[in-house]
Ligand binder design. Structure first.
Ligand SMILES: Cc1cc2nc3c(=O)[nH]c(=O)nc-3n(C[C@H](O)[C@H](O)[C@H](O)COP(=O)(O)OP(=O)(O)OC[C@H]3O[C@@H](n4cnc5c(N)ncnc54)[C@H](O)[C@@H]3O)c2cc1C
Length: 437
């Protein structure tokens, strides 16, 4: 049996790896010149690391199991990490439960309400009700306006940019759940991990195993049309060629699905509401000295153009980055954000002004290089009643499937959830393959 996968990002390649364990032959089509999609790598000059920042949490059990399955468990490294807040021109650490509850910008009563929100949120099991209320309204209702303005709003802004008020309470609930899992239960302190060599190590290994199994990964290949075949299966078109597959799985963003797949194959939204994606514009700075002690610094300052600072070198050993420090400055933006029309040079000037405001003592002579990396479709916005507007994995056609991050209805965007999503899909797909092979 021949199975095609559209999209050679993390999800597409993990899926290909799992399917290639059966008797089926897999062919993955990736538009880019290298695999990995949003989790891909970038040449920063004297080293290669992830184009965007990635960490693994101790609670990422599905992802850690996958790394073991790929024989990469010995390449997994863990470090104690710190999270900071920049509020009213001051930096605060919120890296342990104690620091979290001592957060100085909040009064004693507000701290109590913050603690209560987190405790209450962590006890909620039925997320469906949270879909009906916005994150803002829910957080104010449970924790009060001050806690929202001083604590939650900056965090939402850092994660979602100006659209942060349109997401439902599910977004913040899943975020709380994931964030607090990063703290080891014994010390209640944050720990984060990475694979030595970054995600390039993971993609190189996936590619190697796929090739050993006789499966294929075709790069620089954009699939332009997907149609049902009259005799069964699915036909796709790319690079002036066409090819037939017994089954086809689509893993790219929904906007691509709408453009290339025949409308009789699938139904995206039951009420015609489109899924809106957030993109990210990210300046990456390579320096001789460290800029921040925090892995994540959430920023509550409208004068600063980026929404967070990610001190990757606080987690990743300097040996991995040729002794240089790597810091990411992301800004999350919707499609209509004027920042998309700026050139890289213009973005660099604006972002550097922000760096100077945040770290007035920073000397530009410390900079080795600056890189502007962008991704237009990153994260589907989990708006009110989000689970009602996304496509089902099973489509209208028995041989066509959609499996992508838009289907994360009660989880944040991360590779642990992506792996879990693939595992869940494989449970049913394996049964189908066994009956058909
Ligand atoms: C800034 C940032 C920070 C992140 N931090 C973390 C983190 O700390 N931890 C974590 O676990 N996760 C993190 N993530 C999330 C992680 O990167 C995603 O979960 C993962 O990359 C999603 O993979 P995917 O394959 O589902 O999607 P994508 O990576 O979007 O893959 C889709 C692929 O389809 C390809 N494609 C599109 N159209 C076509 C076409 N017509 N034909 C062929 N191919 C096509 C694209 O080129 C792409 O490679 C982060 C993401 C970002 C952007």
């Amino acid at each position: 049996m021949k199975i095609g996968i559209v999209g050679g990002g993390f999800m597409g390649l993990v899926l290909a790896h799992k399917i290639s364990k059966t008797k089926a032959k897999v062919k993955v089509f990736e538009r880019d010149i290298q695999p990995g999609g949003l989790a891909t790598y970038h040449n920063f000059g004297s080293f290669i690391w992830d184009r965007f920042y990635h960490v693994i949490l101790p609670s990422d059990s599905h992802l850690i199991d996958l790394l073991e399955d790929l024989g990469l468990e010995e390449k997994l490294r863990w470090r104690r990490s710190m999270t900071g807040y920049y509020v009213e021109n001051k930096f605060y650490s919120i890296s342990s439960s104690k620091e979290f509850l001592l957060f100085p910008p909040l009064s004693l009563l507000d701290k109590f309400r913050l603690g209560f929100t987190i405790f209450y949120g962590s006890k909620i099991k039925n997320w469906k009700n949270l879909e009906k209320i916005s994150a803002k309204d829910w957080l104010i209702k449970i924790g009060g306006r001050k806690t929202y303005e001083k604590f939650w709003s900056p965090l939402l802004l850092a994660k979602l940019g100006k659209n942060h008020e349109s997401v439902s309470a599910v977004f913040i609930w899943s975020y709380i759940t994931r964030l607090f899992k990063a703290r080891s239960s014994a010390a209640q302190k944050e720990h984060m991990g990475y694979v030595s060599g970054g995600y390039k190590t993971v993609f190189d290994r996936l590619k190697e195993i796929l090739l050993q199994k006789g499966s294929e990964l075709v790069l620089s290949c954009s699939v332009v049309k997907i149609v049902p075949d009259a005799s069964g299966g699915i036909r796709i078109f790319y690079n002036n060629k066409e090819e037939h597959f017994d089954k086809l799985i689509f893993t790219a963003p929904l906007s691509v699905l709408g453009k290339i797949a025949s409308p009789d194959l699938f139904e995206i939204s039951k009420n015609n509401q489109a899924v809106e994606y957030l993109g990210v514009i990210c300046m990456v700075m390579i320096t001789d000295t460290p800029l921040t002690p925090y892995y994540v610094l959430n920023i509550a300052d409208k004068e600063i153009p980026f929404t967070g600072v990610i001190g990757m070198s606080t987690v990743v050993d300097l040996e991995e980055t040729n002794g240089e420090y790597i810091t990411y400055f992301p800004k999350y933006a919707t499609a209509d954000d004027p920042f998309w029309s700026l050139t890289d040079e213009e973005l660099e000037v604006i972002f550097l002004k922000g760096v100077q405001k945040l770290y007035p003592d920073f000397d530009k002579k410390e900079i080795h290089s600056i890189h502007i990396n962008k991704a237009f479709k990153v994260q589907p916005l989990q708006v009110l009643n989000y689970s009602e507007i996304i496509p089902e994995i099973r489509t209208r056609h028995p041989d066509f499937y959609v499996l992508n991050t838009s289907q994360f209805v009660n989880e944040t965007l991360n590779n642990n959830t992506a792996t879990q999503h693939v595992n869940h899909f494989m449970t049913n797909f394996n049964i189908e393959l066994q009956t058909e092979l």
